[in-house]
Design a protein around this ligand. Structure first.
Ligand code: BES
Ligand code: MN
Ligand code: MN
Length: 461
């Protein structure tokens, strides 16, 4: 007990310096998807390595064909302690559109809001602020005694761009990375005062298609009517992907999608989530998904298809009467249950091919994917974490689903046989991936305190 209280007191006392460290990390523009920021990614990885080395971790930066990984190890104060692997990602989404930021994305600052103090900047919530809650917890434990668990840390730098280097890296470092359980801080709370553990995580399939027609762009008066228009072909294919009830029409798409277990459905009904408010907060009012499903089901337990981008023809200022040679779209599917990413990708490609008129062809590019995940509810680590979170927040942690995807969770299960305990302190209004991303100061502070408690509880189990 003495160390627990001392470590919690350290977190409180060190909050200002902890914030300075987080600001230093956020100031490094580690965007992974754009090669222009590769040096910044390297810098962020090295910054983290040096932080962890300063805490007594044996810490290394490992190069990959893409952005580097950070791997670090520290031993518990006693032999036989449980071994945890903590995962986070130091890469961030591009800050665009820049003109919508109230202050520059990589100049972090504190802002006062009616609900409390916020930390503003790209990556504050996804995922730099979250991963630093764990680092600060390790610091506080280190400063007050031995670590309660053997701890391995893995920080990835390509999470936001499809985790391309990850499978090979895990395969090559299996033994080094294996632990009893993975801990991940890259998800959210139910609301600002209710902690949550994510036990259901949606998977994802990403498909980019380009439809090609004539061998060049054409004058739409000279050729229009006679020449096939790839934008029309693409639009028709996209429109065909959903039926009038909002269901996805790909053959076999719902294979492996089960109804929610009654116990979970019951928990979600009482979770106090207001679907109408959730939509109102972003200027919407009517749920646009499958008919007859609640908003929470649409987000957490039903699969979806969304077009994430579409290009073709003339999109500059003014007008140009062009009949384009090609049109493209980036389309993602969110998966649940045991839906098979490979089958869905194949079904999609067949679906597109079947709808191509004469003279058109399609090119496909995959950008990575992963299957949905479910944490076994009987996991002992889950019980430990629930008790620890209850202590910190003064109320029961809710078991929630997550609409987003973390390909690593599938890889940990598949390649390392490890379950992942997903505890995060993000909020729905954090604007992750959007301009003016923020993380609540209370998330950062109580998040670090929560990890101290979770690690102590796991170490005592
Ligand atoms: N941290 C998010 C996932 C997430 C989103 C968790 C919302 C909780 C709430 C993660 O960084 C992310 O953005 N994942 C991508 C994965 C994709 C690029 C393969 C996603 O979900 O779109
Ligand atoms: Mn993330
Ligand atoms: Mn993200």
């Amino acid at each position: 007990m003495a160390q627990l209280d001392a470590a919690l007191a350290k977190i409180d006392a060190n909050l200002d310096t902890a914030l300075k460290r987080l600001f230093a990390l956020v100031a490094i523009p580690s965007v992974s998807t754009d090669p222009a920021y590769a040096a910044a990614c390297q810098k962020a990885a090295e910054w983290l390595r040096s932080e962890l080395a300063g805490l007594g971790f044996e810490a290394t930066v490992r190069s990959t064909p893409g952005r580097p990984m950070v791997v670090a190890h520290a031993k518990a104060g006693r032999p036989g302690a449980p071994h945890v692997l903590f995962y986070g990602h130091y890469d961030v989404q591009p800050p665009d559109p820049l003109d919508l930021w109230q202050t520059p994305p990589f100049e972090p600052r504190l802002a006062e809001a009616p609900t409390g103090t916020q930390i503003v900047g790209r990556g504050t919530s996804d995922d730099k602020g979250q991963l630093m809650t764990f680092v600060e917890a390790c610091r506080a434990l280190r400063e007050t005694g031995p670590l309660p668990c053997d701890i391995t840390i893995l920080f990835e730098g390509e999470e936001e761009s499809g985790s391309r280097s990850l499978p090979a890296f895990l395969a090559e470092n299996k033994a080094e990375l294996h632990a009893d359980i993975a801990l991940i801080c890259d998800t959210g709370m139910l609301d600002r005062t209710t902690p949550a553990i994510t036990t259901m995580l949606r998977g994802i399939v990403t498909e980019e298609i380009v439809i090609k027609g004539a061998d060049r762009d054409l004058h739409s008066g000279v050729f229009g009517g006679a020449a096939v228009n790839p934008i029309h072909v693409l639009a028709r294919i996209i429109a065909d992907l959903h039926d009038a009830d909002g269901r996805v029409t790909l053959p076999g798409f719902y294979d492996g999608v089960a109804e929610l277990p009654a116990e979970i459905a019951e928990q979600w009904r009482h979770a106090g989530f207001d679907g109408e408010q959730f939509l109102n907060d972003v200027g919407l009012s009517v749920p646009a998904g499958e008919k007859g499903r609640s908003v929470l089901e649409m987000l957490w337990s039903r699969p979806t298809c969304d077009v994430n981008g579409i290009v073709g023809g003339y999109t500059g200022k003014g007008f140009k009467t062009v009949l384009p040679a090609q049109a493209g779209a980036k389309i993602s599917f969110r998966l649940v249950g045991t839906q098979d990413p490979q089958k869905i990708s194949a079904s999609f490609r067949t679906f597109v091919e079947a709808r191509l008129p004469a003279d058109c062809r399609a090119e496909f590019h995959a950008h990575g994917g992963s299957e949905a995940q479910q944490l076994p509810l009987e996991s002992p680590a889950l019980a430990c974490a629930r008790a620890a979170l209850r202590e910190e927040w003064g109320k029961e942690a809710v078991l929630i689903g997550c609409g987003g995807s973390l390909p690593i969770v599938g890889a940990f299960k598949r390649d390392l046989g490890m379950d992942s305990l997903m505890i995060g302190f993000g909020l729905e209004d954090d604007r992750i991936h959007s301009p003016n991303e923020k993380y609540e100061l209370s998330s950062f502070h109580k998040g670090a305190r929560s990890w101290v408690r979770v690690l102590m509880a796991l170490g005592a189990a």
